[in-house]
Write a protein that binds this ligand. Structure first.
Ligand SMILES: NC(=O)c1ccc[n+]([C@@H]2O[C@H](COP(=O)([O-])OP(=O)(O)OC[C@H]3O[C@@H](n4cnc5c(N)ncnc54)[C@H](O)[C@@H]3O)[C@@H](O)[C@H]2O)c1
Length: 326
């Protein structure tokens, strides 16, 4: 029996690489695509020896050609952390708009079902708490984060239009903060930032007074939610995340306890448009997908810390990637 074929864009990134693993495990033929702008081939190098895996080094904001049949497309290519998309704003806008358009066109041409990776950032700095899928968001389009948030909002609109006007089978996942092995220590997000500082013996930087909240989902839980959504018949957006909310100050304290660092917490000014609170309402995911997260923060953090600790020491000190402005 021939294998079902799935294209995963952003395959060399944090989430894309875990998706590749999952679809290989499920018996799919996986075609990974990535331009490596923020990703790293080391995340998927264990897959290159497999017959059911192939890789295209390609920018999805340019026309995409994949020969042969395609049953599913998962569009995960996009810079995802502020430290990246603030440095490459135009590429971020392009991959969310042109890249999504190319993926939708490919799905239409192949008769494939497509799932796009949206984000809790489409809710902006939310005025509704927790955030459910009916909430339209509070986004500043011309603020520094607008390039990411609005690209993702456009992505959702374009995906819905392909569903409505072309009858393409579409799925939209709104991903809330996710963590786990293969994140980059220097990607600027709170969790790797705190762990990186603890490993290097530096104080932990909390922005503002640390009362802003986040809800962290372990990567295995997220991948399970995405897999279920893809296989469901729901074309409406679905939040996938862990509702276990914590303030960033308390979170920093948890990291101090976990790592045993003797360093302290220091405060720095809050970045512009930083969301004050974040918590997914996952009622829809529970009802439609029978999904809820299984991994506690304590378990997930332990696995993630062990991963970062096992990296060669020079990785702990590596500076964030510099990009060529385009
Ligand atoms: N990690 C999270 O907590 C989170 C939360 C919400 C949404 N998301 C979404 O999930 C997706 C993956 O995020 P991640 O955390 O794995 O980020 P990541 O940076 O680790 O992975 C993104 C991948 O996309 C690739 N890429 C970027 N632009 C590309 C282009 N034009 N053509 C081809 N490849 C390109 C990068 O090289 C990288 O490998 C993104 O769409 C992001 O917006 C992630």
């Amino acid at each position: 029996m021939s294998r079902k074929r799935v294209l995963i864009t952003g395959a060399a990134g944090f989430l894309g690489s875990h998706l590749c693993d999952r679809f290989i495990k499920e018996g799919f033929h996986v075609i990974g695509m990535d331009n490596l702008i923020t990703g790293d081939l080391r995340n998927i190098e264990h897959l290159f020896k497999l017959e059911q895996f192939e890789f295209y080094h390609h920018d999805v904001s340019k026309f995409i050609h994949v020969p042969g049949e395609l049953h599913y497309v998962l569009h995960f290519a996009s810079p995802a952390s502020p430290i990246d998309y603030l440095k490459i704003p135009i590429q971020t806008l392009k991959v969310g708009s042109l890249g999504t358009h190319n993926c939708l066109g490919l799905a239409k041409a192949k008769g494939a079902r497509i799932l796009v990776a949206s984000t809790s950032e489409i809710y902006g700095d939310p005025l509704v708490h927790p955030q459910n899928e009916e909430y339209w968001g509070n986004v500043n389009p011309v603020g520094p984060r607008g390039v990411y948030d609005e690209a993702k909002r456009f992505q959702e609109a374009m995906t819905m239009a392909y569903h409505t006007f072309h009858g393409v089978e579409t799925r939209i996942v709104r991903i809330f903060n996710t963590y786990g092995p293969r994140m980059r220590l220097n990607d600027g997000r709170a969790l790797p930032a705190f762990i990186g500082q603890a490993l290097r013996g530096e104080d932990l930087t909390v922005f503002g007074d640390g009362s802003q909240t986040r809800s962290f989902c372990f990567v295995d839980d997220l991948i399970e939610g995405i897999y279920r959504l893809l296989m469901s018949d729901c074309h409406q957006p679905v939040n996938v995340g862990n509702p276990d909310e914590i303030s960033l100050k308390e979170f920093a304290e948890e990291i101090i306890a976990l790592t045993g660092t003797t360093q302290k917490i220091v405060h720095k000014p809050l970045p512009v448009d930083d969301p004050k609170q974040r918590q997914p309402d996952i009622t829809r995911a529970k009802e439609i997908l029978g999904w809820s997260p299984k991994v506690s923060r304590k378990e997930g953090l332990k696995v993630t810390y062990e991963y970062f600790k096992s990296l060669p020491k020079e990785e702990w000190f590596k500076q964030p990637k510099e990009f060529v402005a385009k």
